[in-house]
Design a protein around this ligand. Structure first.
Ligand code: MRU
Length: 373
């Protein structure tokens, strides 16, 4: 995406690789400062995924792929058996960072598979190429999502989105924001309601910033204001991204998505999920089988921002010792979802059949029962 930093226009990706170094926009600092961070080995990259230097399913998938590429480069001089052990160990480290987004696991698996054949130098080359291919595929996928999803947006539409599913969350144009970007560039008059997205504020800190950069009209709202605008007829369409989509269409996304879907359903507002095949997990039968990350309760009891002197600071919003819970995602049952905006176009019911048709191996996985949507 193009960003304007202190008057200078830059073209950046959320994550990229320069040789053995992985570079990331430090999303913990946005919107108050724009910084690029260097991660010099796979362990540093794994740390950066865990602490959310980068975040969003696509960006952490690309980061995971690049972490694997770093591990392959780090082990390039080892004998074959030790190389394989090193790469498997790196895969384990990266898999342990964040459990929910399918992209991370798929990226690690793709890189391991790329190391399946050849002597060590060939394996290294193949892992590095695979990591670059994940990035390239993701960029292309977001362009297709943009085209397909823009058809849902009519001139004058007010679209509500939750969390940040933009270019910083999914390399390229993003997922939920991709159709909005495209509709805007086609000259349609589109307005975006941006949910703040407590506790980490991805909507307030990142989505609002991305829309501002692109001159797309928006308003930031408190999470609990979304229903109010839906009920008043001021939302024409809801588009969110996804972290993992189960075979029956149940979708894990940022905590609070489920509530938005239920209120959209109650108010007969179309609710669409934008995500490519990398986020669709056919090995997971339904949302019940999706692991939901639980993060540090301090993210709920404390908030980060700038004080009146312009200094970055953290404040307590609850009394010292307050008990808190912090699930990072929830699952929206497929029954509340009108369709999926994918790199293959718009997918409507029946979801499972469409997913298998587009993304499945021939035949269903052992024990798979069609749960229906
Ligand atoms: O915890 P985060 O910020 O990584 O969660 C991100 C989201 O939930 C996004 O909505 C999701 O990844 C879709 S955008 C690729």
């Amino acid at each position: 995406m193009k960003v304007n930093v202190d008057g200078e226009e830059m073209d950046v990706l959320a994550v990229w690789r320069e040789g053995g170094v992985v570079k990331m926009v430090d999303q913990r600092k946005l919107p108050h400062s724009f910084e690029i961070i260097d991660l010099s080995d796979h362990r540093e990259t794994a740390w950066a995924i865990k602490v959310m230097v980068t975040r969003g399913a696509g960006s952490i998938g690309c980061a995971a792929g690049f972490g694997m590429a770093q591990a392959a480069l780090e082990a390039a001089d080892l004998p074959e058996e030790e190389f394989t052990a090193y790469l498997n160990d790196a895969a384990g480290t990266i898999r342990k960072t964040r459990p929910t987004a399918a992209n991370l696991f798929k990226a690690v698996d793709r890189c391991l598979k790329a190391a399946d054949w050849g002597k060590v130098p060939v394996k290294v080359e193949n892992v590095v190429k695979e990591a670059e291919l994940i990035l390239k595929d993701d960029i292309k996928a977001t362009e297709e999502i943009a085209k397909a999803g823009a058809k849902l947006i009519k001139d004058g539409f007010k679209v509500l989105t939750h969390c940040n599913a933009g270019a910083l969350a999914y390399i390229g144009l993003g997922t939920a924001l991709a159709p909005i970007r495209r509709a805007h560039s086609e000259g349609k008059n589109v307005f975006v309601w941006v949910d703040e997205t407590r506790p980490r504020g991805q909507g307030a800190r990142i989505t609002a910033w991305e829309l501002e950069q692109e001159g797309i009209p928006y308003a930031l709202i408190a999470d609990n204001a979304a229903g109010y605008y839906m009920q008043r007829g001021e939302v024409d369409l809801v588009i969110v991204g996804a972290d993992r989509i189960a075979a029956n269409g149940d979708t894990a996304n940022k905590i609070g998505t489920y509530e938005k879907a239920v209120v959209a359903f109650e108010n007969k507002i179309p609710f669409w999920v934008a995500a490519p095949g990398m986020t669709i997990d056919l090995q997971t039968e339904s949302g019940d089988d999706i692991e939901i990350e639980e993060r540090d309760p301090e993210e709920v009891t404390r908030m980060w921002g700038l004080n009146d002197e312009g200094e970055a600071t953290t404040i307590s919003v609850a009394a010292e010792g307050t008990s808190a819970r912090n699930p990072a995602f929830d699952v929206t049952p497929a029954k509340f979802i009108d369709g999926f905006i994918t790199e293959h176009g718009l997918i409507e019911r029946p979801f499972t059949e469409a997913f298998y048709w587009l993304y499945g191996q021939p035949g269903l996985p052992p024990g798979f029962k069609y749960a229906g949507t």
